[in-house]
Design a protein around this ligand. Structure first.
Ligand SMILES: [Zn+2]
Length: 59
């Protein structure tokens, strides 16, 4: 029942030290988004053990 919990993921973008969000793609296979400052694209693959990690650091 955790699938519908969140459609986005909070991340700290290490490149600019800003907080932002990544949104789940249609297939639910990864989160993607961009750094709000430098617009660097970020993708995080959603692992088999789900999305229990809420915060990622993007380098
Ligand atoms: Zn950045």
């Amino acid at each position: 029942m955790e699938e519908k919990k969140n459609n986005f993921l909070g991340v700290m973008f290490e490149c600019c030290h800003v907080y932002g969000r990544l949104y789940k793609n249609k297939q639910g296979t990864f989160y993607e988004g961009r750094c709000p400052k430098c617009l660097k694209p970020i993708k995080i693959k959603i692992g088999q053990n789900g999305t229990n990690t809420r915060f990622f650091k993007a380098y």
